[in-house]
Design a protein around this ligand. Structure first.
Ligand code: SAM
Length: 190
């Protein structure tokens, strides 16, 4: 899923990695139990992965962009399993993960149907009791400029609970960020 040059530069920057570690991730995963077997979909340049890999016993990341997946495998391949694959068609068995996460990724999925397919795949690969959690941005003038000639299919947080429940999740919670234009979500596989 190609990103424009400015966007790639931002996502691979140390500044973004620090913002993720210090602000975004603590908020997105507040009180979320990841368990010992985590899957991240859409890791990009690994800003979240590099923090999460220290927190869990086993980590898998699925990235659709071949070059980015290869870069991640070179950097993190000894500590995490990195797969070049599409999160809407995961090459993974049913009911293996204790948690599935995605951050700043869903708006890069071009259609609502494909986003729903990712939700269904997250549900399928989770163990019963497992959690699906993450966060994403909402539209703003700056965000639209950043996505010039880029995929930008922002999720409506109001509609998200119904969409997650439609694939089987329960205990869905969606919150808006108190300061920036973004939301977090968490849901459980019964
Ligand atoms: C904006 S980047 C965010 C990366 C990272 N999560 C972060 O917060 O820095 C979105 C990433 O999701 C990946 N992506 C988009 N659609 C995907 C899909 N269907 N399966 C796996 N990865 C996907 C893109 O290639 C890109 O690397």
């Amino acid at each position: 899923m190609p990103m424009n040059r400015v966007h790639r530069k931002l996502c691979s920057s140390e500044e973004w990695a620090q913002a993720v570690e210090e602000r975004l991730l603590p908020w997105a995963l507040e009180k979320v139990e990841l368990g010992d077997d985590l899957l991240e979909v859409g890791p990009g340049y690994g800003a979240n992965l590099r923090v999460l890999v220290r927190r869990v016993a086993r980590m898998t990341a699925v990235e659709i962009d071949e070059k980015t997946a290869a870069l991640l495998a070179g950097q993190w391949g000894e500590q995490a399993r990195i797969l070049h694959a599409d999160a809407s068609r995961l090459p993974l068995e049913d009911a293996v993960f204790t948690s599935v996460v995605c951050f700043t990724m869903l708006h890069h999925v071009p259609t609502t149907a494909l986003q729903d397919r990712i939700f269904a795949e997250a549900f399928r690969v989770l163990r019963p009791g497992g959690v699906f959690a993450g966060s994403d941005s909402l539209s703003s003038p700056r965000f639209r400029i950043l996505h010039f000639l880029d995929t930008m299919n922002v999720v409506d947080p109001d509609g998200l609970p119904d969409r997650l429940e439609a694939v089987g999740f329960t205990d869905v919670v969606v919150d808006l960020h108190p300061e920036v234009r973004g939301f977090r979500f968490r849901a459980r596989k019964p």
